[in-house]
Every structure is written in C-alpha cells, then in structure tokens.
Design a protein around this ligand. Structure first.
Ligand code: BEZ
Ligand code: FE
Length: 291
C-alpha cells in the first residue's frame, strides 16, 4: 500500500521522497527545513489566506532585489538569522574581538590611505580620531593587517546610497598596520540611520511595531595573513537605539569609547584595539557566554 500524504505524516512523507544517493548535507538541511516548516504551519494552523499573504510577501521581496538591493538578506537581518549564522560560524575564544553583520554597504576596492589620513571627503560631521592596535589573542602586535573601514555620512547615508551626491569613497578607506600593529585614521562620529525600509521588509517592521533604525557605528573589516577575517563594527555608547538595533548587531564588547579629544586635531577620539584569532587556533566548540 503506497504511503499517501496526510496531515499527520506530512513531513515524513515529503522527506521520504529524497533520493538515496543525494548529498548527505543537502539531505540533512532539507529534512530539517521541511520538518520545521511543517511544524510551523501546524503550530499556527496556517490559513490559506495567510499562506497566500506569505507567498505574496516573498514574491514582492524577490521583485525588490536588484544589483544594489538585496531584500532577502535584509529580511534575514531583521529576523535575527544573519546574526545567528554569524554567531555559529565565528565562535571566538575569550579576548578575541567579536564579529557582527557585514551589511549591504561595503564596497570592495576602497583606496588605501596613509596612516592618520581622513576618510571624510565631504568635510561634514563631527570629526573623530579612530586609533588603537591590531593584536593577537596573546597581545602581540599584528604587522601588515589590512583595515577596511566605512561609515555613513553626517546625514545617515552611505556613499553608495547617494551616488550623485557623495563621492563613492566618502567615509571609506583602507589602512595597513605597521610594525607596532598601530592604526589611526580620521573619520566622523557616525550617526544612527534607518535600514532601507521602503520595501516589504520595512512594511513588515511597521506591522510588527518595530522601528528600522541601527545605532551609530563604524564598520571594520580586518584581514591579515594567518588570521581569521574579522568583520565588525564599533558602536557609539550613548546611542539611544543601541538596545533595539533593527538587525540585532550590537554586542556589549563592541561598544567603544567616544570621548572629547584634547589635542585640537579632531572633536572626538575613539580608542579601540582589535584582537584577531590565528587560522591555526582550535575552533571554539561552544558559544562563549557573553550575555
Ligand atoms: C549596516 O550596518 O550597514 C547594515 C547592516 C544590516 C542591514 C542594513 C545595514
Ligand atoms: Fe552600517
């Protein structure tokens, strides 16, 4: 007697259709996805109208996607999935700098600038000296680390959001550490901004009584031969949106000092050391508890 689909056996029936010779990881992922998807529909007793609404939502998200806009990643971000995948894949030992989301506004190929140079090409905003060292977990300086930095402008827009208005490389640059692992550059004290909320994800946030804002932050991507890539931000500690970041990217260890500068060069000063994990270090088995 063939096994026909019923409400009770739905997930097993669907998963039993997979071929015997398929990739084992594909089998594991799809079986779990079907199990959870069916459990979700059963838990909420999904109506046909709700199912159709969901399909329409996903269709609109797809239609919103272009070379410049990735609505599905934005959806993953606001659902906390991006941060969860990031956390699972970047478990680090105590003392190492934590990762956070890359976000959609990184542009590869930013100009390499001399240490101490400014990344603010429009001269707007409150100037800030970013300074510190790139170190190993043992505290040794990392020479030749490549620090790629980017932030929004004083009005809360990244250069790629305003192609005719901002220089492509405004508030962006690459710095290479010297023998002492030291870095410094001048940027602006970043401001908080809303994630792109003119599409289905924005509508979803409104329907859920959520706001689209991210607390002010400076992005860093740090690479050095022999070390795991670090993708992170430093956050401005007094930002009112810190505890409700729309994409859950804030970690306590990434809140940096932003203190008034006293040397007359800049208005603010933000000292922060970054600690990289060697490629050869054993993976951290369990998530460190840093609640
Ligand atoms: C960002 O920090 O640039 C960002 C991250 C996730 C979604 C939107 C923006
Ligand atoms: Fe950002």
């Amino acid at each position: 007697m063939p096994r026909y689909f019923t409400e009770a056996n739905s997930e097993e029936t669907v998963n039993a259709r997979m071929g015997a010779e398929i990739d084992p990881r594909l089998r594991q992922i799809m079986a779990a996805l079907v199990r959870h998807l069916h459990a979700f529909a059963k838990e909420v007793a999904l109506t046909e109208a709700e199912w159709a609404f969901g399909i329409d939502f996903l269709t609109k998200a797809g239609q919103m996607c272009s070379e410049e806009r990735q609505e599905f990643i934005l959806l993953s971000d606001v659902l906390g999935l991006s941060m969860l995948v990031d956390a699972i894949n970047h478990r680090r030992p105590p003392g190492a700098t934590e990762n956070t989301v890359l976000g959609p506004f990184h542009v590869a190929g930013a100009p390499e600038r001399a240490m101490g140079e400014s990344i603010s090409l429009d001269g707007k905003g409150e100037t800030c000296l970013y300074t510190g060292r790139v170190l190993t977990v043992g505290g040794a300086p990392i020479v030749g680390a490549r620090i790629d930095v980017w932030s929004d402008n004083a009005e809360g827009f990244y250069s790629v959001q305003q192609p005719g208005l901002q220089d492509k490389w405004n508030n962006r640059g690459v710095f290479i550490t010297g023998p002492d692992g030291h870095y410094e550059f001048i940027g602006i004290k970043p401001v908080s901004y809303p994630i792109p909320d003119d599409g289905p994800v924005g509508k979803m946030l409104t329907a859920l009584g959520r706001h689209p804002r991210r607390p002010a932050h400076m992005h860093f991507m740090i690479t050095a031969p022999g070390y795991q890539r670090l993708v992170t931000h430093t956050f401005v500690g007094d930002d009112p949106w810190l505890s409700t970041d729309a994409v859950f990217g804030v970690k306590a260890s990434l809140i940096a000092p932003f203190e008034p500068a006293t040397d007359g060069r800049t208005r603010w000063r933000s000292p922060f050391d970054f600690v990289l994990v060697a490629d050869t270090d054993a993976p951290t088995a369990h998530p460190p508890d840093r609640r």
